[in-house]
Structure formats: C-alpha cells, structure tokens
Design a protein around this ligand. Structure first.
Ligand SMILES: *Cc1c(COP(=O)(O)O)cnc(C)c1O
Length: 497
C-alpha cells in the first residue's frame, strides 16, 4: 500500500514513512492509495474474532510494509491489557435501537486511547524500518484529552521522549491533575500561560524553527507529532466501526448486510473520518451523522457546502470539540474532489487567506449523500444527559450527550430509524462538574473529587480507578511558561546545546 499527499499526488511513500513523518513537507496529509474492501468470505471470521484480531485484519491491509508479526505485536501491546473492559470497545444497547459504542475503557478514560495506545508501537516499528537510529521527540499541544493519552502511550517507550504543553487555565482540574501526576522517565509536562491556540502556535513554531531542528539533529534526535492528523492515529480508529458492526451481527441486532447509521461527536474530524473510511471498506454504514456543539462550523458546512471559520469561538461543556479548524476534513475534501490535489490546494489556500471556502456543487452533493450534520447547545447537552439517565439509567459525558441529542433530532426530522451507533467518547466521570450540572441540586461548593462522589451517589456507576486514584496526589510537574519560553523548556529538558 502506497500513501500520497492530499496536496501533492506525485508523492508516493510507504506506511512506515507516512507514520514517521506525520505530515507531508508541503503541508498535506497522507492518505492511502485505496481502501481495500472486506470480501464477503471474510466476514464470518471477523464476526467470531475478538477486538485484537479485528484490529490485525484492518491494520494489515494498510500497513503492508509491516510484517504480520509486527502488526500482531503492536496490537497485543495496545489492546492486550490496558483496557478495563474485556471487549475493548463494547456496545451498550439502549431503547429506540440506539447502541452506544464505548471507547473510553482505556487508561485515560477518553477515546484518544484507542489510537494513542497503538501509535507509539507503530512509530517504534516504523523507526526501525527507516532505521536512522535517531531518538524520537514527541511534542504535543493539548486541550486536555490528547495530552494525557499521549503521555500514557509513550511513557517509558524506548528511544523516545514526550513533552506535553497544555493551556494552564484552559483544562479541567481533573485533566490537569491527570497530566501533572504522569509517571515515566521520558515525560515532561508544562502549563502554558495562554489558551490552547497559544500552546499550539508555540509547538508549531518549535517544529519549524531551523535552529532548533539543527540542534536536534546534532544531538541525534528528530521531532514527531502525535496529533490526530498522523495516519498512525487514524488507522486504529477504523477498527472500532468494523468491530461494532460485527458485534451487532453477533448479538442478532442486525443481519450481515443491513445498514446502520453512525453518530459521531466531532472536533478535529478524525473520528468520523475513520467511520467514512470504514464505510469505503464495505462496512454498511448508511448516514454518517456529524454532531457538533455550539462551535457548529461543520454543521453549516455539511448543509451549505461553505466552510467558514469567521465566527465567534465558544468555550463549551464539551471542550474537546471546541474547534473551528477541523484538520482532518482535508482528507475528506480530497476524496470528495475525486482525489484532485489542485482542488484541495485551492480550498486550503482560501481557508488560510480568507478563513473560508466553498466546495463545488458536485462535491457538495457527494458530501450530502454520505453525511448529515447537526449541533446542540449547552441546554440540549444537559437535557440529553438528564433524559437518558432518567429513562434508561445510562450516564453519558457531555461530548457523547451532544451526539445523542443530534441523533434524536436527526431521527425526528428525517424519520430515518435505521439502527444507530452513537459513539461514546469519554467516561462521564472525566467531566464531573458539567455532567453533575445536568442534574438538579446545588453542587457549587464541591471540589472536583466531591463532585465525582456526588455523581457516583446519583448514578451508582463505578468511578474508574485512573480518575479516583488521583485524589490527594501531589503534582510531579509544576512548571509554567509563557509561549515564548516553550523552546527554552524543550532545550533544557533534552539537554540541547
Ligand atoms: C477528541 C475528542 C472528541 C473529538 O474527536 P475528533 O476526532 O477530534 O473529531 C470528542 N470527544 C472527546 C471526549 C474527545 O476527547
């Protein structure tokens, strides 16, 4: 399998290189040459298989320069013991033929683990093939969930160091504590004075600073990125859509070949793009339903064909979806444009220059055939949490609640009652303050851990160990820096001269 770039289809590289580089030199994203279909005769074995075997089946189609032993070993390392549920990504059936795909049983209680438990192993294997012997320095700017998941994934990974920058005032107390208490000998965590954009800009600047790159090379090191545009993060995400479909058949909810809809709470467009790729491989997904919070740039795009980031930015109770530039959308545009990189360049230039672009009528039609979009405000989010808990005893986090709201609205508006898989992206205890607010009562005076307890009292759901055990822990990392000090922090940490 070869990979090309969304902005230059002359490029042709293998998977190891695509994963190692993360992003193409001209700024494009790597995409596989094709999406190999699952053959009819393969389904029966997949339905019988466990999650790891399903992962091997998907990964081996795309990572053809990896041996099957390498893929099996990466899969075992990722999903062998780190997840608290036997099924890794279990499905929970609710009324109305809605099925919750729970992606938060990993070590950090958010869906980023599904890919970030795998990425370090893919990177190590890729580095071995490229065999330049340089130490990998992973730099991450995070709004919360990615940072912790990347730290857990890369901790004590031989031949790598990971440095995470988070907005000091921009993450929840629990998210901050998750990161600042991180264990491992190769990790560094820094609060940045500013918001997520400041942290992100600082990291991008370090990535492209020629002086810094020279210093690194002199010291036998190279930067790498663990953010969601890396192909090595996307490919493990295709697996759980295939897996959910197999489970629905195994549980006799559907018959092989029946259609399902997928509803995905969306920020950077990585998760829902993986669903689209699964569909291209033959998983019978009808509608891909893209759910946004009040930052509803994608809803407008799907409805009108115009992407316009010139709009107010809202901080919401689903912070991992507070995003106005969805990086992975570029990969969808590439497919919608018939893999025409000139068209992608035109659109991306317009986005940089004017903050907006409009796709051609053909692209818009193709988009609307596959996708539906909807969004949900803060009251709707709280209501979805409350109603679903009252009716079904099922507790959702705020991001998942956005998807649930959009799912119900979509069904009301269209009458499409196809069985729906709603993607559940975080354990509700990861956002205790916002989830608790959905219920009646005065919780104002409680600290974060008292809120966890209160939520436990209300729901009876177990507090996951990785969150409960943070109570009383002393932060190991306390450094706070300004945006302009980030590169100095990197040099000090790595001993660069
Ligand atoms: C990252 C994240 C999302 C958004 O996923 P994308 O792949 O960026 O669209 C949704 N929910 C949670 C809890 C997340 O951490």
């Amino acid at each position: 399998m070869k990979y090309t770039s969304t902005r230059n289809t002359e490029i042709e590289i293998n998977a190891a290189k695509a994963i190692k580089k993360g992003i193409s030199d001209e700024g494009g994203l790597f995409v596989p040459a094709e999406f190999p279909p699952i053959e009819k005769r393969e389904w029966e074995a997949l339905i019988q298989a466990d999650y790891k075997k399903r992962a091997v089946a998907v990964l081996s189609r795309f990572l053809t320069d990896f041996t099957i032993e390498e893929i099996e070993s990466c899969t075992e390392a990722a999903y062998g013991g780190g997840f608290r549920h036997r099924a890794t990504a279990p499905l929970m059936r609710l009324e109305e033929n809605i099925h919750m795909l729970e992606l938060w049983h990993g070590p950090t209680c958010a869906f980023k683990d599904m890919a970030l438990q795998m990425l370090p192993h893919l990177m190590r294997t890729a580095a071995k093939k490229e065999c330049d012997g340089r130490k990998t320095i992973v730099l991450v700017a995070t709004s919360g969930d990615t940072g912790k998941a990347a730290l857990e994934g890369f901790r004590d990974e031989p031949g790598s160091e990971i440095l995470v920058f988070f907005p000091n005032e921009g993450v929840s107390p629990l998210q901050k504590l998750q990161m600042t208490t991180q264990e491992g000998g190769n990790v560094g965590v820094y609060g940045v004075r500013g918001n997520f954009d400041d942290a992100q800009t600082g990291v991008k600047r370090i990535f492209t600073d020629p002086e810094m790159l020279q210093k690194l090379a002199r010291n036998g090191m190279a930067f790498s990125s663990a953010n969601s545009i890396n192909w090595g993060r996307l490919v493990p995400q295709i697996v759980y859509y295939l897996s959910a479909y197999c489970d629905l058949i195994a549980n006799s909810v559907i018959q092989n070949g029946d259609r399902i809809n997928a509803v995905v709470p969306t920020g950077n467009f990585g998760n829902i793009l993986a669903a689209y790729y699964a569909k291209k491989m033959g998983v019978p997904i009808g509608r891909l339903i893209c759910a946004s919070n009040k930052n509803n740039v994608l809803t407008d795009f799907i409805r009108t064909g115009k992407y316009d980031r010139n709009r107010p930015f809202y901080a919401t109770s689903s912070p991992s979806m507070d995003i106005l530039i969805s990086s992975n959308l570029e990969r969808l545009l590439f497919e919608l444009a018939g893999r025409d990189s000139n068209e992608v360049n035109r659109l991306m230039d317009a986005l940089t220059e004017a903050g907006s672009y409009t796709v051609t009528p053909e692209m818009r039609r193709a988009l609307q055939t596959e996708f539906a979009g909807g969004w949900c405000d803060e009251a709707g989010t709280a209501q979805a949490i409350r109603d679903t808990f009252r009716r079904e005893g099922y507790l959702m986090d705020t991001h998942t609640a956005v998807a649930m709201h959009v799912c119900r609205a979509y069904r009301r508006e269209t009458g499409d009652s196809t069985p729906a898989v709603v993607v559940s992206t975080a354990n509700p205890y990861k956002f205790p303050a916002s989830v608790l607010e959905a219920f009646e009562g005065d919780f104002g005076g409680l600290d974060e851990f008292e809120k966890l307890e209160e939520l436990h009292r209300l729901s009876g759901w177990l507090v996951p160990e990785p969150l409960g055990s943070l109570r009383g822990r002393t932060p190991r990392f306390t450094a706070i820096c300004g945006r302009d000090e980030m590169s100095r922090m990197v040099c000090e940490r790595l001993g660069l001269v």
